[in-house]
Design a protein around this ligand. Structure first.
Ligand SMILES: Cc1cc2nc3c(=O)[nH]c(=O)nc-3n(C[C@H](O)[C@H](O)[C@H](O)COP(=O)(O)OP(=O)(O)OC[C@H]3O[C@@H](n4cnc5c(N)ncnc54)[C@H](O)[C@@H]3O)c2cc1C
Length: 408
């Protein structure tokens, strides 16, 4: 079976790998000259099964109003000049009810747990080094109010059987010893011991190498301009005026999936929600985090790599505006220097922005479309790497015709 996968981010690359394992002959096409150069390039480094959940939750509308008044707000909304932005925002607000949140959270947790099993199996099957660590996530609270509000998250974790530890200040310091320098700044934390971390770009490039060794071909520096249909089936993609044939096609184009699909009359509700990261060289390992620390105040994740600290977060609903915003960088730096003042050197930080492909309800689109040989693996939003292996394994199973594993 010949399959073309469009997109060599973490989602397209994992899809290609699992399709190859399922016996398919796979070609991956990407506009960039190497895999993983777009949103998968410098994300926050979390593989957080426990925090997989929709942004659309019951408290969001009120919080968004409060954040609108704060200059360091984790969320910014600015009209992008399209009605699509307004429509998507309304769809998202419609998902902020208790019932829809429970349904969407359940779907995401189920996919995340499947991904956990797939990544574990993958690590056993191949030699894959991506500065990975398995030392949990610690969400730190700076105010009693944040600590109290965690009760809602705990109830959800409990319901879905996710392991957690509620910690006082000393407990946080036992988990992340560098917090000893700032014990006066924190009041406690919530730790998910089974979460993991690593560098998503390294993961993607190394998995692409493994896929190549299995026979997957990568056509890089090549943009898919359009997809051609004949009697409701896809026949070719058009790339640099050449036609490439296949039995099946997978769209894994992240935020650009919507535009490509629109050309063949398919509409998927994905909006590009911008986020930022800084990557800082470590100057004192003993004063650096050992894993991911989530700063609840700024909704920022601070993750330890081997010799670097990655700090990522923020959500700007501003369209595909690629400009780097220095005010957002300062928030990331502040979060880092508040919690790990002596660990890294922010003066030597590299600054990056990327776009999460967000669906209004949270769960991604994985599976068939109205065209029998066109498949989607896109819309993974805030935790696409976390969900990548499970999504790819499920889609590969569907394409080769095995019974798809059950998902709601
Ligand atoms: C600030 C930030 C922090 C994040 N932190 C985390 C985290 O800690 N953990 C986590 O799990 N997730 C995180 N995410 C989300 C995660 O990074 C994304 O969900 C994931 O990278 C999406 O992967 P993708 O393959 O779908 O998209 P991408 O990586 O964007 O890949 C899509 C690819 O498709 C290609 N493409 C598009 N259109 C075409 C075309 N027409 N022809 C050819 N090629 C095309 C692009 O060139 C691109 O390479 C974060 C995101 C952001 C922005």
């Amino acid at each position: 079976v010949k399959v073309v996968v469009i997109g060599a981010g973490v989602i397209g690359t994992t899809t290609a790998y699992y399709l190859s394992r399922a016996g398919c002959q796979v070609t991956v096409i990407d506009e960039h000259l190497a895999p993983g150069l777009e949103t998968s390039f410098a994300n926050a480094g979390q593989i957080s099964y426990g925090y997989a959940g929709p942004w659309a939750e019951p408290g969001l509308p009120l919080r968004a109003l409060k954040w609108a008044l704060s200059k360091d707000s984790p969320l910014t909304i600015r009209p992008d000049g399209t009605l699509w932005q307004l429509y998507w925002t309304l769809l998202m607000l419609r998902n902020c009810t208790r019932q829809r949140y429970a349904l969407n959270k359940g779907r995401l947790v189920e996919l995340a747990e499947h991904s956990r099993a797939c990544l574990k199996e993958l690590r056993h099957s191949v030699d894959l080094e991506y500065e990975g660590r398995r030392r949990g996530t610690l969400q730190v609270f700076r105010t009693g109010r944040q600590f109290k509000d965690a009760a809602k998250d705990i109830a959800v974790l409990d319901k879905h059987g996710v392991q957690f530890e509620l910690l006082d200040v000393e407990g946080c310091i036992r988990a992340e010893s560098a917090l000893r320098y700032v014990r006066h700044r924190i009041v406690g934390g919530l730790r998910l011991p089974d979460d993991e971390t690593g560098d998503c770009h390294l993961f993607t490039t190394r998995l692409a190498d493994i896929a190549r060794a299995r026979g997957v071909s990568f056509w890089l520096g090549a943009k898919v301009e359009t997809i051609l249909l004949q009697s409701c089936r896809l026949t070719h993609v058009v790339v640099q005026e050449q036609h490439l044939e296949a039995d099946h096609f997978v769209v894994a184009c992240g935020v650009r999936s919507r535009d490509l699909l629109k050309k063949i009359g398919l509409r998927i509700p994905i909006y590009p929600v911008k986020g930022y990261s800084i990557t800082v060289p470590i100057v004192d390992p003993d004063a650096s985090p050992v894993s991911t620390v989530m700063d609840e105040t700024y909704k920022v994740a601070i993750t330890r790599f081997e010799n670097r600290i990655r700090v990522g977060g923020m959500a700007d609903v501003v369209g595909l505006d690629c400009r780097l915003n220095d005010a957002r960088k300062r928030v990331l730096e502040k979060s880092l220097t508040d919690l790990f003042p002596f660990g890294g050197d922010p003066e030597r930080a590299t600054f990056w922005a990327g776009f999460r492909a967000m669906t209004p309800d949270g769960p991604p689109h994985i599976g068939p479309t109205k065209y029998p040989n066109l498949w989607l693996n896109t819309g993974h939003g805030t935790l696409g790497w976390t969900l990548a292996c499970g999504s790819a394994q499920l889609l590969a199973q569907m394409i080769v015709g095995y019974a798809p594993a059950h998902l709601n």
